[in-house]
Design a protein around this ligand. Structure first.
Ligand code: PLP
Length: 412
């Protein structure tokens, strides 16, 4: 775009047009071609050797996917962004491309369930993983070892909404030269840019509020440009031919995307790009609805706890107020012991029992019995997951309808 700084939505809406779009289309077309032909064999070789820009093969990049990468990159204020088939593939790419046997990772213990499972897989392959309460930087610092390569946190943890000590962990990682990775899915780049607290890499599950409609899976990694890759011990010589700020993502694109192949397809990229145009509007409504619901439920005696950063009694309410534009579209709550959580869920008429989040429709799920079932009661307890915990991903329905639905399900 021109040098003027535009607002979030203007920037997304006009980002494709900053490059030439075929036939003047307003949307980047869906390019399904897997192979790309060049004028002669010399040019083909130049593209393969990175001397000329161009696409090689669909697994490593595609014009429709590139247009989306460019959008995410603008949202995060990044240096470069790579998209993947899912959010998990983006997180897995960090392990595949950057971690080796004997390395150490410090991760928040309050994590998306599948990321928790991924760290167990990585641990079984010889990478040490320490899971700590990252709401206090002291716990992260105490876990560091000379082999620590990565510190990984989420912004707002799902489902209990704990907020990591984001700024102080960023300072600690900068001092020690450790790669700081922040999963920004729960806030989205509309509410928060992890670059502001020193993140080197930012994860987004595009499946969630960036797409917003629940019709496509996708994930991304953004390099904010803040991490000095010359301090990273495992950059392969091949990728050191680029300028130093490009080393990390060159290695991620080759060693994770190309070698493991969890590439985002062009149709999914298109669906995500279209969804992203309305994300600021949707998120505003979701945050307003979530705050109204959380306030109503916390005032009801049949509800024993409500976890939402927008409530004054949330342990990191002040931090959330300082760092985020609003408090997000997700909250969770616990019912008094004599109210059965399954009965409650079955009385809801609008909210749908389903496991996605960041959708335009309000979705509810009994956490301990579904997404956190496999890990068992002991690990759940250590993560602060009550057996009756209900997670709510708040949609864009009319506020009065949602309030009425959640109220009537309590039994009047
Ligand atoms: C959903 C989610 C992921 C994984 O994204 P998928 O696209 O479902 O693979 C990762 N992190 C967080 C915080 C998520 O909510």
């Amino acid at each position: 775009m021109d040098d003027k700084q535009y607002g979030f939505t203007t920037t997304i809406l006009h980002s494709d047009r900053q490059k030439n779009i075929e036939h003047g289309s307003l949307h980047k077309p869906i390019h399904t071609s897997v192979a790309f032909g060049y004028k002669d064999a010399h040019q083909l070789a130049a593209v393969f050797q990175g001397r000329e820009p161009g696409y090689r093969y669909g697994r490593q990049g595609n014009p429709t996917v590139s247009a989306l990468e460019d959008k995410i990159n603008r949202m995060e204020g990044g240096l470069s962004t790579i998209c993947f088939a899912t959010g998990m593939a983006a997180i897995g790419a960090i392990a595949q491309a950057l971690l080796r046997r004997g390395d150490h990772v410090v991760s928040s213990a309050f994590l998306f369930g599948n990321t928790n499972s991924l760290w167990q897989t990585v641990a079984a392959q010889g990478v040490d993983v320490s899971m700590v309460d990252a709401t206090d930087v002291a716990n992260v610092e105490a876990a560091l070892t000379p082999a620590t390569r990565v510190v990984f946190v989420e912004t707002i943890a799902n489902p209990r909404t704990q907020i990591a000590d984001l700024e102080r962990i960023g300072k600690l990682c900068a001092e020690r030269g450790i790669l700081y990775v922040v999963d920004n899915t729960m806030t989205s780049p509309y509410l928060f840019q992890p670059k502001a607290v020193g993140a080197g890499l930012v994860v987004n599950a595009l499946t969630k509020s960036i797409a917003g409609h629940g019709n496509a899976l996708g994930g991304s990694l953004t390099d904010t440009g803040l991490y000095d890759w010359s301090r990273y011990p495992h950059i392969v010589d091949n990728y050191k031919k680029y300028s130093t700020p490009q080393w990390g993502m060159a290695q991620v694109r080759a060693k994770a995307l190309r070698d493991f192949g969890a590439s985002l397809g062009p149709e999914a990229a298109h669906h995500i790009a279209v969804g992203s145009e309305t994300m600021a509007l949707r998120i505003e409504r979701e945050c307003a609805n979530a705050l109204a619901l959380a306030r109503m439920l916390s005032a009801d005696e049949r509800v024993s706890a409500v976890h939402y950063p927008g409530l004054e009694n949330h342990p990191q309410h002040d931090l959330a107020t300082k760092l985020f534009r609003a408090y997000g579209g997700l909250f969770s709550f616990e019912l008094r012991e004599d109210v059965d959580c399954f009965d409650y869920l079955n009385r809801l008429r609008l909210a749908i029992p389903a496991s996605n989040l960041g959708d335009t429709r309000t979705l509810v799920i009994p956490v301990a019995h579904t997404i956190f079932y496999e890990m068992g009661a002991q690990r759940r307890a250590s993560m602060g997951i009550a057996e009756s915990l209900i997670r709510v991903s708040v949609g864009i329905e009319d506020t009065a309808d949602l309030l009425e639905d959640f109220r009537q399900a309590l039994g009047g």
